[in-house]
Every structure is written in C-alpha cells, then in structure tokens.
Design a protein around this ligand. Structure first.
Ligand SMILES: [Zn+2]
Length: 157
C-alpha cells in the first residue's frame, strides 16, 4: 500500500504533495485501486463546520466549506451528528472526484482499465468501514464532460 495522509483527507489540485503521490502511484506503481478513506468524528470537518477564523488553517478548511456549499440544501435539512456524518461522507466523495479529475487517473484508466477510485469512511466508535459505493464509471463519465484530460491538448488546433 502507498499511503498519503493529511487533515480531513483533502485532494487539492494545487497541493504538490498529494498530486505527486497520486502521479507516482498511478504512473509508476500502477496501482489498481485508490481509496479515499475519511472518518466519522473528523476534527478537520468539525472545524470547517464552525464559522470561525482558524488562522493558517483557513485556506485548507475552505475546501471543506466549499463541499458544504455544494450540498447546502441537503445538509441544512439535518441536525447535529447526522449533519456532521453527512459532511464527512460528502467530503470523501468530493475528494474522490478530485482524484478522478487528474490526468494520471483518466489516462491510465483509458489505457489499462485501472485504477478504480473508492470512497470509504471509518467509524472509530464501532470499528466499521463504510463503503460509499462510488459508481466509478458513472463519475468518470460525468467528470469528463468538463475535465476530460485524455485527449491531446493540441488536437484539432
Ligand atoms: Zn480527521
């Protein structure tokens, strides 16, 4: 296993660290599966749910606040722990989408049929791992409508 960890399991396209890990794992190690594994009770997600100046953490938490904004109507309809758990799950799904948006994943999948991207959430309280059952093919297709990086950049120009 090749593992990368950060606060609230974020995959940001401008984060050279996580992007290097994904590129190395996909293009050189030829990994068959990529798993974004979040966890319930995540402190990073909790902090993002609190409208407060967190100093240097602001730009990092902003990514999670953006996930909240994407699902605002649904999240505003639930309270307390249910809302918190739901945002943890939405965040994992969004970060999985961010991985699918990369050229490395799209090009490798077009050529070899892997990697497949998965979204999991671990529960420290019950020890269970929840598979969010991402429809990888469906997500890839939806994402490639706008973010398709499998065609040559100069094609047709
Ligand atoms: Zn966490």
């Amino acid at each position: 296993m090749f593992i990368h960890r950060n606060i609230a399991n974020l995959v940001c396209s401008t984060d050279l660290n996580v992007m290097s890990v994904i590129n190395y794992a996909v293009r050189h190690l030829h990994v068959k599966h990529i798993i974004v594994c979040g966890h319930y009770g995540c402190g990073g997600v909790k902090a993002a749910m609190t409208p407060k100046d967190m100093g240097l953490l602001n730009p990092w938490l902003r990514n999670i606040r953006d996930v909240y904004r994407l699902h605002e109507a649904e999240l505003d309809g639930v309270d307390g722990d249910a809302k918190y758990d739901k945002l943890v799950e939405f965040n994992v799904l969004e970060q999985a989408r961010n991985i699918i948006k990369t050229a490395a994943v799209q090009q490798s999948y077009a050529k070899y049929g892997y990697p497949i991207v998965h979204g999991w959430v671990f529960g420290f309280s019950d020890g269970l791992l929840k598979d969010l059952e991402i429809d990888f093919e469906g997500q890839l297709k939806a994402i490639q409508k706008i973010y398709n990086l499998t065609t040559d950049a100069l094609e047709g120009s």
